[in-house]
Design a protein around this ligand. Structure first.
Ligand code: AQP
Length: 327
């Protein structure tokens, strides 16, 4: 089975990225041939600083290895190192309609936050479809916010297959039932986010323990005192319960039963400690790995080589089927 997912080197990765995506990269690498891509070409679709992009790319590579991606098992690589991605995106643009891109909620939401709305922000989902389809992907571990983009990738693949003959496998999303959309701790009706969240409500994967504890202590809770999973009525508590369920390996019903009649205080402390226990070893490993830039360069060069080899046959078939004269 082929597994693929991409993650942007923008800003500090947060607990939502960890629970919704990175944790599941680590779990799925056991299930088949896995490709994890640091999608730097996606990061230039909104305002960014070139120097920060360079640092964020290496930092994210170190974080992915620190979280448990095994370079002997998984192919971890940088998108811009594999030119098949933008080439395939251009070709797929011919089977993607303006109308379907205009319907993408992420484009609408991010477009509203930008003074300058780039063409790249609009065509971003086509590049994402290319990322996924080039690897004949079966499974895409992602958070719930990427559901619509994955659906678009499937539609684009189907359209290409019906116009030019079967080339692409249709990928399935793997979205966690619990933890697929971690919410901001200060505004629990909004998802935890790099660009749209509150600083105090966004827990960084690399935050030191004291910062994590403070963020949970000040997390917004709901009226009442019962620890109950009811996302519509109690978004704050339900979000904290989902975090504990995932990082602490507990059932939501067991958490409800254990805190029956006890109020919020001890519960919030337990969530904070479970998150510290999950993230602190990652932060410590990250610091070691990030210090060795030469080793990171070596691992990324290895990943790029494997990714070029795996994606080349599909790109070649696309060109042939579309009628291009090949050199
Ligand atoms: N709040 C979240 N809960 C669960 N999963 C999430 N993901 C993102 N936010 C949450 C998942 O993380 C993966 C990588 O996302 P990305 O490359 O889009 O990284 P990002 O831009 O840093 O993520 P954000 O926070 O979503 O940025 P904004 O809001 O600025 O676009 C994806 O699989 C995503 O689903």
């Amino acid at each position: 089975m082929r597994i693929f997912s991409g993650i942007q080197p923008t800003g500090a990765k947060h607990l939502g990225n960890y629970i919704g995506a990175i944790r599941n990269y680590v779990a799925t690498q056991e299930r088949g041939e896995a490709f994890f891509c640091i999608v730097d070409l996606h990061s230039i679709t909104t305002d960014y600083e070139p120097e920060e992009l360079r640092e964020a790319t290496l930092s994210l590579a170190a974080l992915l290895f620190a979280a448990g991606l095994d370079p002997d098992r998984s192919t971890v690589f940088v998108q811009s190192h594999v030119s098949a991605h933008p080439e395939a995106a251009w070709l797929l643009g011919s089977v993607t309609s303006f109308g379907e891109l205009r319907r993408m909620t992420q484009f609408k939401e991010k477009g509203e936050q930008q003074e300058f709305v780039s063409a790249g922000l609009f065509t971003y989902p086509v590049l994402q479809a290319a990322d996924i389809l080039l690897y004949q992907t079966d499974l895409v571990p992602i958070g719930d916010d990427q559901r619509q983009h994955l659906e678009l990738s499937r539609n684009v693949a189907e359209r290409f297959n019906s116009r030019h003959g079967e080339i692409f496998r249709l990928p399935e999303a793997l979205i966690p039932e619990v933890g697929g959309r971690i919410m901001d701790l200060q505004e629990p009706t909004k998802k935890m986010s790099t660009t749209g969240g509150t600083p105090q409500g966004t827990v960084g994967v690399l935050d030191p323990p004291e910062t994590i504890r403070k963020k949970f202590k000040t997390a917004v809770t709901d009226s009442g005192t019962d620890v109950r999973h009811a996302p519509d009525d109690k978004p704050g508590i339900s979000n904290l319960m989902e975090i504990l369920a995932i990082v602490g390996g507990q059932e939501l019903s067991a958490i409800e039963a254990r805190y029956d009649g006890q109020g919020y205080g001890a519960f919030k402390d337990e969530v904070a400690e479970a998150v510290v226990a999950a993230l602190d070893p990652i932060r410590l490993r990250y610091e070691e790995l990030r210090a060795d830039t030469a080793e990171l360069d070596r691992l990324l060069a290895l990943g790029a080589g494997k990714a070029r080899e795996a994606s080349a046959p599909t790109l070649e078939r696309m060109y042939e089927r579309m009628g291009f004269v090949r050199p």
